[in-house]
Design a protein around this ligand. Sequence first.
Ligand code: C2E
Ligand code: CA
Ligand code: CA
Ligand code: CA
Length: 279
Amino acid sequence: AKEGGRSTYAFFTRELDEQVARRMTVEGWLRRALDTGGVEVFFQPKISQPGNRIAGAEALVRLRHPDGALIPPAEFIPVAENTGLIMPLSALVLREACRCATAWRTGPHQDFVMAVNLSPRQFQQPGLADRIRAILQETATPPEALEFEITENLLLDNRPETLETLSELRRMGAGIALDDFGKEYSSLSYIKKLPVQAIKIDRSFIDGLPGDEDDASIVKSVLSLAQGLELRVVAEGVETRAQLDFLVGLGCSEFQGYLFSKPLPAVDMQTLLGQSDPF
Ligand code: C2E
Ligand code: CA
Ligand code: CA
Ligand code: CA
């Protein structure tokens, strides 16, 4: 038993060593990418019914590895959050998102709204609303062109400053959406506390539509709840025509997912916006 115990211990330390090494590697890539233009921002269109119009897009960050490969955010956002690099990274994403939003808000897309994710870590440093305001001014972006996406875990540490910052962003005219709705257990209490105008139903509930009866009834309740509270609803991760038809039948009118488009580089998103009837 002793032997077994020791080798288990050795196994776990080796695992831990590998994790630490991996994290340091990713941190190195991230630092380098921030210095050399290796941070890229992709855009995934948000589609609105009727007419399948492009109502906006979500900015999604990517890291370009020195060998050319694209590294997804799941790999490096946690590292960015633990090292503080999330601050310069987020500023870069917001600046690029603003630059594109301003360029794209013309002609039929005057009301285009750019969604930008905010990490809880950004709220822990004072002055977030001021930093955001400065980037909006620098890029001549009207606050109405932006919608910030937050997640429920933002409220876990219960700091009053967090709510103040969100209210300040609202007062400026930016939108706030509650992301990954339903993924955690306490979503319902949060929509009462937070100054949000939109919720994004988590992909995990869309996956099983239309066949899974539990998913179907959850999505139905979320939609009627949102209607009662006058919140917009975005269905995330719509991959099939059957899912779309089912959601439209329930009165959902905004969609994001591979059925329409994967996240695209800025040039490809711009091409899409130039088409008169892309979907
Ligand atoms: P999220 O905010 O929930 O973003 C949606 C994710 O779902 C994106 O993954 C998107 O590519 C993916 N997705 C969209 N439609 C579909 C679909 O039909 N099927 C499937 N299977 N997936 C779909 P991505 O780009 O890998 O981003 C993952 C997460 O990383 C994001 O989840 C967000 O939490 C975080 N993230 C991305 N960019 C940023 C950023 O600039 N700042 C911060 N703080 N977090 C970011
Ligand atoms: Ca999001
Ligand atoms: Ca989400
Ligand atoms: Ca069409």
